[in-house]
Design a protein around this ligand. Structure first.
Ligand code: HEC
Length: 198
């Protein structure tokens, strides 16, 4: 019994010490392409889901009109598509890697169609801590964020006028006349050419 208790106490102290020693050893994964720690993905996903469930506002998908969803597609195309992907050919652009990676929200693997619209609205507005998902609270109006959330909630049943918008390339090649006007080669003058139009 005594031996067991000593073992238990040593274990209770030794395990956290070893974990801290590992984290500070310099061998812990820190790069985007490193392997995740055991349970890292699971713990992060559970904490996130519970946190959003508690905070998200509620609103029915059926309360959004087709025009609102179409407007959501335009905003998504401008603001989100570069990370979360678009439809078909429009996805052919080089993207920087992230960990965790941004899910492809318009393809079945990344659909958030089962999530409440309010949960997606909350995510857009507040972002996700310690990931590449920014908070758009100070960037977009609430209306715009609801429209994008409604678009994503209906991603598996979009009409063709909406899918057409989402098939446009995100970074259209600069037209020669535009770069002549700017008086320089494409890419040399980011201002003016690359400013997103809101
Ligand atoms: C700079 C890249 C980037 C941009 C821009 C960005 N996101 Fe994200 N987003 C991420 C990353 C990375 C994640 C994954 C976070 C995670 O796994 O916890 C994410 C996660 C999400 C999720 C959660 C997905 C899920 O499966 O639960 C939603 C919803 C989302 N983003 C919507 C959007 C919308 C809508 C926009 C545009 C308004 C947007 N994001 C813009 C990088 C981005």
């Amino acid at each position: 019994m005594r031996k067991f208790l000593i073992g238990l106490i040593v274990g209770l102290i030794a395990f956290p010490l070893m974990a801290v020693a590992f984290l500070l050893s310099g061998y812990a994964p820190v790069g985007v392409t490193d392997h995740p720690l055991p349970l890292e993905r699971y713990i992060a996903a559970e904490v996130l889901e519970k946190g959003i469930e508690r905070r998200a506002p509620t609103r029915e998908l059926s309360s959004f009109s087709a025009a609102q969803i179409a407007a959501g597609a335009k905003s998504y195309h401008e603001v989100c598509g570069g990370c979360h992907g678009l439809l078909g050919e429009a996805n052919n652009f080089p993207e920087p890697k992230m960990y965790p990676p941004p899910p492809k929200l318009l393809t079945p693997d990344g659909y958030v169609t089962d999530d409440p619209v309010g949960a997606t609205f909350w995510t857009i507005k507040n972002g996700i801590r310690m990931t590449g998902m920014p908070s758009f609270g100070g960037v977009l109006q609430d209306d715009q964020m609801w429209q994008i959330a409604a678009l994503l909630a209906s991603a598996d049943k979009l009409p063709s006028d909406v899918t057409d918008v989402l098939k446009q390339p995100v970074f259209p090649p600069a037209s020669p006349s535009a770069s002549e006007k700017a008086g320089s080669a494409p890419g040399a003058k980011p201002e003016g050419q690359a400013t997103p139009k809101h």
